[in-house]
Design a protein around this ligand. Structure first.
Ligand SMILES: Cc1cc2nc3c(=O)[nH]c(=O)nc-3n(C[C@H](O)[C@H](O)[C@H](O)COP(=O)(O)O)c2cc1C
Length: 333
């Protein structure tokens, strides 16, 4: 088996990932109470940068306070945050990695105590999560849909001004855009609901507008291949979504899971427990695809890249435990 993990990758805009390892977005809860980057955030990303990965994604960052998920979450909702975010992009890029920033509106997967306002969602349906009861969101009006698009676009401008190579739209793990995609939480009867064409309209509108306003910014979308939840999104629907995203000019597809959450699902005990989902979506697109889920070893990464199941492998917790140690053990030639 050749060492495919070390292959570089050239994106359409000429930017190059130095290898096929991705540090996925992982909330560090190091921001201040208004979502501003702190010294702790810088130390955290300095550690992660030591991996010298192909791409390092900075954690889910709220695009508006109504879409904030937890205390000390990073924010990209205010121009004054650009300076702090720029220091993170520089830290990551100083090791040769491409820097990405994940943008999120968590929709109904939060509390009104954190947002200070009504929860927003496609329908007045509680997001079903396993570990806690959530409040009922208020179904968004057409004006509020336009607001969401504008918030995402403004956040993308800020990320680009901060020097990030990528933004990643968070459309997985039961958060805002996932709630729009899923038939469990989106039961609208207008053009933003009814079927997968309608349920994906908001995601497509956001992508279109970002691509019009920031054509040189690379856009990744983190999405589920399926919700992993009864009555949820199915693979054939998401295969269609991925094809459309390619037509709209998206640059990278990052496949995780849906309303069921990112953790290991029943019966998936192997290294790379979501890689098979990514491999299925890869068959519908010529875009590069990231696979994730319990990946720990360079050998496994070589295997899935060489076999063309995915183009990139994201390694989360194994890197978080000890970035330098992981790199030493798995990324030395
Ligand atoms: C502490 C922690 C925070 C996370 N935060 C995010 C996040 O901000 N955005 C996201 O899309 N996924 C998040 N995840 C999920 C990871 O990106 C990844 O998909 C998951 O950990 C599975 O990969 P692993 O088995 O290699 O850890 C988080 C995971 C952990 C452990």
């Amino acid at each position: 088996m050749s060492q495919c993990r070390f292959n570089s990758y050239h994106f359409k805009n000429g930017k190059q990932a130095q290898n096929r390892v991705v540090v996925p977005p992982m909330a560090s809860k190091t921001a201040d109470e208004n979502g501003f980057v702190t010294d702790l955030s810088r130390q955290h990303y300095q550690r992660l940068a030591e991996v010298k990965a192909g791409i390092v994604f900075v954690e889910y960052s709220f695009i508006h306070t109504s879409g904030k998920g937890e205390a000390n979450q990073m924010g990209v909702n205010d121009d004054r945050q650009i300076l702090g975010l720029a220091t993170l992009a520089t830290i990551i890029q100083s090791k040769g990695s491409l820097a990405g920033l994940q943008l999120v509106h968590v929709g109904g997967k939060t509390t009104t105590e954190i947002t200070g306002s009504d929860l927003m969602g496609p329908s007045a349906i509680v997001v079903p999560v396993k570990d806690r009861p959530l409040e009922t969101p208020v179904a968004m009006t057409k004006e509020q849909i336009q607001q969401w698009i504008e918030w995402f676009v403004q956040a993308a401008h800020r990320a680009h001004k901060a020097g990030f190579d990528f933004i990643e739209l968070h459309a997985a793990h039961g958060y805002g855009i996932n709630q729009w995609l899923s038939p469990i939480t989106n039961q609208r009867q207008d053009e933003y609901g009814l079927n997968i064409q309608g349920r994906s309209r908001l995601l497509f509108d956001i992508v279109k507008q970002i691509k019009i306003e920031r054509p040189s910014l690379l856009v990744a979308v983190r999405l589920p291949a399926q919700d992993h939840c009864d009555g949820g999104l199915e693979v054939h629907e998401m295969s269609w979504v991925v094809k459309e995203l390619e037509n709209l000019g998206v640059d990278l597809i990052d496949v995780s899971s849906g309303i069921g959450g990112w953790r290991r699902q029943d019966g998936r005990s192997t290294e790379g427990y979501l890689v098979s989902d990514a491999a299925v979506l890869k068959q519908s697109t010529s875009l590069p695809v990231i696979g994730v889920g319990g990946i720990e070893t360079g050998q496994f990464i070589d295997q899935i890249i060489c076999e063309n199941k995915v183009d990139f492998a994201a390694v989360g917790r194994a890197i978080l435990k000890g970035p330098s140690e992981w790199a030493q053990a798995q990324m030395s030639r």
